[in-house]
Design a protein around this ligand. Sequence first.
Ligand SMILES: [Mn+2]
Length: 347
Amino acid sequence: MQHLEHILECIHDKHIFIQTHNFPDPDAIASAYGLKVLLEKKGIGTTICYKGRIDDTITAKMAQLLAIDIVEQEEITDMSAESEIILVDSQKGNANVIDMQGNEILCIDHHPTYENQDYRYSDIRVEVGACASIIAGYFMESGIPVDKRTATALLYGIKVDTANMTRGVSPLDLEMFYRLFPLAEHALLQKLDTSVLHMKDLRAYANAIDTIENVNRVCFANTGVDCHEALTASISDFILALDEVDVVIVSSYREDGIKLSVRSSAPWCNAGKLTNEALKGIGNGGGHEHMAGGFIPFGNIPQNSDANSSSTDINHAVSVENQPVEQRAEGLLKEMKKRFLQKIENG
Ligand SMILES: [Mn+2]
């Protein structure tokens, strides 16, 4: 049976929700949109939803230029506990996706699974570089023609998640890239490629460059405050391009904690596994072999710190809530660096 047939069998409602990970990236939006087009052809209404502010990001620009309707969770008015949700480019229980009110019945993703979940059906392929390739595959498999807008969205998702076919590329990504390429609107893709940054984003780059610290090819940097997910990720990629660097951990301050973006180009270091293990006890994270993300909430005290750990400092740092975020984060940042370096050293 084809994937799309499995999916259709599991859907009972006339209208369902397609939820992406929080602060969706272009691959998440492309996947959600492609699935929306497929389901609407089969008579099922859909709402694409997500959590997180994405103003001024390339994701917002993509949604605007391609006229893709996406709804932030606070604006959803018609979801109930019985509503059916399909997760795309994310998995239930992961740190980067909130648990919305409805019922997660299906999951289509390319991230590793950290917690087994009970879906009616799931199509999770960790070897695939972009979730958009999986969705594009549904079109091809079912013989449904791909319109220009959908092809453009899917191709853009593939380009971004594979860093223009240089990262985590699988045969499916290659085939979908090849098949979508002649169908897409290239002027629009070019516009997206050249509107990734804003002038004000340079402040985050400057902060990262100022704070850069390279320990045996493992590089730490901090972007300061007001640095959204996509920007943190592109700063990570930027630092990884340095000849002297194999692994990058970029941190940025949020009101409620520290967000991390991790990259690895080293065969000896799996970014997702490293991030997942290094943050156990102080936060959470995970992802792919070459790219990962994590979060350390303020107030989380490490449980298994070793003897020379700075947990007293951490206690102190997070207890003083009136302090500027930089000071509150100081102890946690130190602990985070120590944990990453230890994990890398122990292989
Ligand atoms: Mn993705």
